[in-house]
Design a protein around this ligand. Structure first.
Ligand code: ZN
Length: 93
């Protein structure tokens, strides 16, 4: 029986996922997914792997949340103030 964190690691090694994808696949809350991601980001480093984040993006002006440190989805765009944000995606490589 794998732990949730192992399952997330395996999912992200196979394909790029959003937090919502992970929460639906493993039936846990998105909040839990973000907590696991924070741990995974640190633990994969010791295996010479990286958690790669495709940053969230504003669909109206194209603003990229490239410097964002937190894993959660931003709620609005700092440039045009709209709330149409594409979720960030995660994978392990
Ligand atoms: Zn924008």
């Amino acid at each position: 029986m794998q732990t949730t964190r192992q399952q997330i690691r395996e999912l992200l090694s196979q394909s790029e996922c959003t937090a919502r994808d992970i929460s639906q696949t493993l039936r846990i809350s998105e909040k839990e997914v973000y907590q696991h991601l924070a741990h995974i980001a640190r633990s994969v480093a010791s295996r010479k792997k990286r958690l790669i984040v495709t940053p969230a993006r504003c669909t109206d002006c194209g603003y990229l949340f490239a410097d964002r440190r937190r894993f959660t989805k931003p709620s609005r765009c700092p440039r045009c103030k709209c709330e149409h944000i594409v979720e960030p995606k995660y994978r392990i490589d």
